[in-house]
Design a protein around this ligand. Structure first.
Ligand code: ZN
Ligand code: ZN
Length: 421
């Protein structure tokens, strides 16, 4: 023992035998977190350069398909021993949402690890952890000389956080997607503060709507009839009254989670030119998230009625209107679910099944008829995606790699299903 060094250091990098050496998987995770793939101008080139290097290390080919300028989907492929079988997709998005740096304890792109092993950075939960966990699980399985019947694709997509239009939404319709011959997909889920892991077999439908209220303009000193603001008030009341009802339904139910009710949030208001000019129009926008059990046609009729009741000439348009309500089977008779759930069980993991309250690229995968499970292996972790001080503990992160080391072989070894080669 060297006398000048008596306490463990958390940072590594020295040569003293007493230092706690960081697991290389954690070091790689922290490196990836430092890439600024953050909206509104994500550095996707940095992510692609990083992934090129990884593909090289893993000895896997990586295909790049440009959806539109600057928006590339990258796919690493580990071909199975029976490539005619349907493949397993391990999907992750490379982009992250912006931060309010002034509310963070540390630089949100420094990936600082504190003395408890908590790693702070945007993307630690959503979803750079999962990307590196897939990669590290594959690295270990390859190093052990393993081979599996089914082909495994690791897919890295841009623009999930802005709706997926130039990412997964377009890519699922591309011939290259067809050629992947996917049988089952894994994508992101959410952390769970308790012992269980949450899995998601469906999602609420995101509807982003803007309602335009036209009205009679005039001098700000008068009682003008038929103003935009009066209509706007009625619209806001209808939507927010419905919000109250849904909130009550969630608060008074024993078994509902957020994914089981409709959320309504007024997110933007626009209109007006001056204090003393009654505006000719006013706009209000809402973020609606609708569970798969709701009849979407009837719900749109309700919106139409609210618009009619609020006055003359009101129109609406959607910036996002996802209509597909496919969910993935979690029946014991389903071969994919059976393997997924029994593998988790064999590791003494408890699963709780929910409808994803927000939206992920899984909705596009399910919409083309493929089964997808949303799962990010993070238990004993507060849900901090899109929040200040997003973090993940390194031990939870490392355990997640072990989880994929078991899950991926199990899924890639599901025997030929009826109709498969
Ligand atoms: Zn995400
Ligand atoms: Zn997100």
């Amino acid at each position: 023992m060297l006398p000048e060094k008596d306490g463990p250091s958390i940072m590594g990098g020295g040569t003293q035998s007493t230092e706690v050496k960081e697991d290389p998987s954690v070091t790689l995770f922290r490196e990836y977190l430092r890439l600024k793939t953050v909206h509104p101008v994500p550095d996707y080139d940095a992510a692609l350069g990083f992934l090129d290097r990884i593909a090289n290390e893993l000895g896997l080919p990586m295909k790049k398909i440009e959806m539109c300028p600057g928006r590339v989907v990258a796919i690493m492929t580990w071909v199975g021993t029976n490539p005619a079988l349907k493949s397993i997709l391990l999907n992750s998005h490379t982009d992250v949402v912006p931060v309010y740096q002034e509310h963070w304890k540390y630089d949100a792109f420094a990936a600082v690890k504190d003395s408890e092993g908590n790693i702070y950075a945007r993307g630690t939960q959503d979803m750079k952890s999962v990307t590196i966990q897939y990669i590290e699980a594959i690295r270990r399985l390859k190093a052990e000389g393993k081979k599996f019947a089914r082909t495994i694709h690791l897919m890295f997509v841009p623009d999930e956080e802005v709706g997926g239009h130039k990412g997964m939404e377009t890519f699922v319709k591309h011939p290259e997607f067809q050629q992947l011959n996917i049988g089952f997909a894994l994508d992101e889920g959410l952390a769970n503060p308790g012992e269980p892991f949450t899995v998601f077999n469906g999602e609420r439908n995101p509807w982003w709507i803007t309602i335009n209220c036209p009205g009679s303009p005039g001098h700000g000193s008068r009682f003008v009839e038929n103003t935009a603001a009066e209509k706007l008030r009625k619209i806001i009341n209808s939507f927010l009254d419905f919000r109250e009802q849904e909130k009550l339904r969630l608060d008074t139910s024993e078994c509902f989670t957020l994914g089981d009710v409709t959320t309504v949030n007024m997110t933007m208001v626009n209109g007006g030119v001056a204090y003393n000019v009654i505006p000719a129009e006013m706009d209000v926008s809402f973020d609606l998230r609708i569970p798969p059990t709701v009849n979407l046609q009837e719900f749109e009729e309700q919106i139409k009625l609210w618009c009619q009741e609020a006055g003359e000439g009101i129109t609406y348009k959607f910036a996002q209107k996802h209509m597909n309500q496919n969910t993935t089977s979690t029946d014991d008779s389903d071969p994919w679910w059976k393997v997924f759930s029994s593998t988790c069980k064999s590791m003494n993991m408890t699963l709780t099944k929910e409808i994803f309250p927000a939206a992920t690229d899984s909705r596009f995968i399910r919409a083309v008829g493929l089964p997808a499970i949303g799962f990010s292996p993070m238990n004993h972790t507060p849900i901090l995606l899109h929040d200040h001080n997003e973090f993940l503990n390194e031990q939870v992160f490392l355990r997640g790699i072990q989880v994929y080391e078991r899950l991926v072989p199990a899924l890639a070894s599901v025997p030929a299903l009826p109709g498969e080669a």
